[in-house]
Design a protein around this ligand. Structure first.
Ligand code: FAD
Ligand code: SF4
Length: 561
């Protein structure tokens, strides 16, 4: 049963939002605008231009593994079926993301478990419009050498007409203007922070140190905090359970947290709330809900939890041009893309000069069947390349200058493929349960894109490259993990309904990438934002604002964004 969240001073907050990424930030702002008292609990740290790492070699300020003293904003999780790259910060994935925001093709609403649950194609456009306005989306005006190389290769292959400039959430000057300018808030009528225009340094995925990328802490979260939302950084949620007296949470929830950056996170803190929004990302929410279901805090969560995890059928390959006369790291992190065919989409990606740590995972592209035969072929190719062209091959493999000499190709397919996540004991450590992947492997290589990389290498005098885990372990990498709490018409087919309400519980929602119920084939953050805008539009204003049931009505605090 859905209960209108009441003003009730016996709760610490009306709403607790777990996670401050795209879904969490939208929820926080919109709920505050509706007059609710909101807390956002975020495991990651707050980042500013002053404390962001200069390059990816500052591992302790880039990577997130607090138990090892690494307190950055970027994480990699390794599973049998997939390596998942994701963000962890105040602002979620927006601190490390490339800022590419694309609308998926209409057909995604007729695929997956959300099909038929709502009039998606008529409802979603207005929420995409709002999301684009809030995130400050424009067509990229800075094409770097890597983008021009993508254009050249696509022209040579007869698909030049599909080349496009990405839509990005970056403050840019007019085309050709390269001197950055600091300007008063250009987006929210003066209520947002001052901003600086982009200098095309290519550093977006290391966190923008120039204030040009429209990260969530500069828009949704900034405005939410202005409205009184309390954001607790370095605060990890470890338990959520209904308050005594209601198994379905209709009497509210108790949320338990620990300090995420403590070496021994033993001190616990609890707070109470009327309603909870899980917004900890596809992987984060799925893992947290598994944990809570398993320890009987939230036993009613649907058995569909962890099912239909999608990786956007992604593969990361690239081309390295040792001694390249042009600095391929210049531009914005993802400046352009092409469509190889109706299903297959490739984007030109880069890291900033000096951020060469990712090169440790890159090697010569090798085709063939997955498994031992591909490893054998890769070893043969590597040994013969070293024997025939020792210097050239070594220059391909050394980290130094990798970012300046490489174009990464992010390949995505809007094809239907998914895996499942389970909460199980593993043979090598049977004392506790872990999140493990199950199901059919998603292909590591997309033959069309491999061919494209090889053609690009031939045109540019470079060598096609791929990710080492894809070759050695037949495991694809993805920065776009989606699903795990997909939508359904009941708990038998999904974890949430089409308004993001969790089946089995009252006043509990999921608003993040875990609810995405089909492969999008494009970068997902715009869709996650638009879905969260839609979900929040169903929540009525607080009784404090409407006046119903609590005496005198108060003026809405809503400011028009
Ligand atoms: C390198 C990189 C580049 C990317 N580039 C793009 C791009 O250009 N365009 C695009 O659309 N997408 C991009 N993505 C993907 C994008 O970042 C994600 O799709 C998006 O951030 C997901 O949004 P979300 O709301 O689901 O969760 P997130 O943004 O991931 O936020 C979830 C937050 O919850 C927090 N959290 C998790 N568990 C807990 C807990 N127990 N307690 C408290 N807090 C918790 C996490 O720390 C995190 O900050 C990129 C990702 C990476 C890694
Ligand atoms: S290219 Fe550089 S200045 Fe521009 S948004 Fe990215 S990191 Fe910021």
């Amino acid at each position: 049963m859905e209960v209108r969240p009441a003003e009730n001073k016996s709760f610490d907050y009306d709403f607790v939002v777990i996670g401050s990424g795209f879904g969490g930030s939208v929820s926080a702002l919109r709920l505050a605008e509706k007059g609710y008292r909101v807390a956002v609990l975020e495991m990651g740290r707050r980042w500013t231009p002053e404390n962001l790492p200069p390059t990816s070699w500052s591992i302790h300020r880039w990577f997130w593994r607090p138990q090892l003293g690494l307190r950055g904003f970027f994480n990699m999780r390794f599973f049998r079926h997939v390596t998942i790259l994701h963000g962890c910060a105040v602002g979620g994935g927006s601190i490390t993301y490339a800022g590419t925001l694309l609308r998926p093709p209409q057909k995604v609403w007729t695929m997956g478990s959300w099909q038929g649950l709502a009039a998606w194609s008529t409802e979603m456009p207005r929420h995409y419009d709002t999301a684009e306005r809030m995130l400050g989306v424009i067509e990229n005006r800075i094409l770097g050498p890597a983008d021009l190389l993508l254009k050249k290769a696509s022209d040579a292959l007869g698909i030049g007409d599909t080349f496009y400039r990405t839509n990005v959430a970056i403050l840019q000057d007019a085309e050709g203007e390269t001197a950055p300018r600091t300007v008063p808030d250009p987006f929210f009528g003066g209520r947002g922070p001052a901003r600086t225009t982009c200098n095309g340094c290519g550093g977006c995925m290391m966190g923008c140190r120039h204030g040009a990328k429209n990260t969530l802490d500069l828009n949704y979260l900034y405005l939410a905090e202005r409205l009184g939302v309390q954001l607790f950084a370095e605060t990890k949620v470890i338990d959520v359970r209904p308050l005594a007296g209601s198994a379905d949470g209709s009497a509210g929830y108790e949320v338990t947290t620990v300090r995420s950056t403590a070496l021994l996170p033993t001190v616990r803190r609890t707070l109470t709330c009327r309603s909870v929004v899980f917004a900890a990302s596809s992987l984060g929410t799925t893992e947290l809900l598994f944990r809570l279901k398993d320890k009987s805090s939230l036993p009613r969560i649907s058995r569909q939890l962890g099912r239909h995890i999608r990786t956007n059928s992604e593969s990361l390959i690239g081309v390295r041009i040792p001694g390249s006369a042009q600095d391929l790291s210049k531009g914005v992190a993802i400046g352009s893309g092409v469509y190889i065919d109706e299903l297959t989409h490739v984007e030109a990606v880069r890291y900033p000069s000096g951020s060469d740590a990712m090169s440790l995972l890159s090697t010569i592209l090798t085709g063939g069947r997955p498994g031992q035969s591909r490893i054998g072929l890769w070893l043969r190719n590597l040994v013969s390349a070293l024997a025939l062209h020792p210097l050239k091959t070594l220059r391909l493999l050394v980290p130094s200058r990798w970012a300046r000499e490489s174009i990464i190709l992010l390949c995505m397919q809007a094809a239907e493929a998914h895996i499942d996540m389970k909460w199980e004991r593993v043979l090598w450590w049977p004392f506790r349960k872990f999140l493990v992947s199950r199901g059919q492997k998603v292909p590591t290589f997309i033959p069309q894109t491999n061919e494209f990389a090889q053609q690009m290498a031939a045109i540019s005098g470079g060598t096609a490259m791929s990710m080492l885990p894809e070759i050695l372990f037949d495991v694809p990498g993805t920065a776009h993990c989606l699903g795990g709490c997909v939508m359904g018409d009941s708990a038998e087919s999904g974890v949430v309904d089409a308004q993001h309400r969790v089946f089995g519980y009252a006043n509990m929602y999921v608003c993040d990438g875990s609810v995405v119920s089909a492969n999008l084939g494009v970068n997902p953050s715009l869709t996650i934002t638009a879905l969260a805008e839609r979900a929040m539009s169903f929540i009525p204003p607080s009784l404090r604002i409407s006046g119903a049931g609590c005496g005198r009505a108060r003026e809405p605090v809503k400011e028009e964004y």
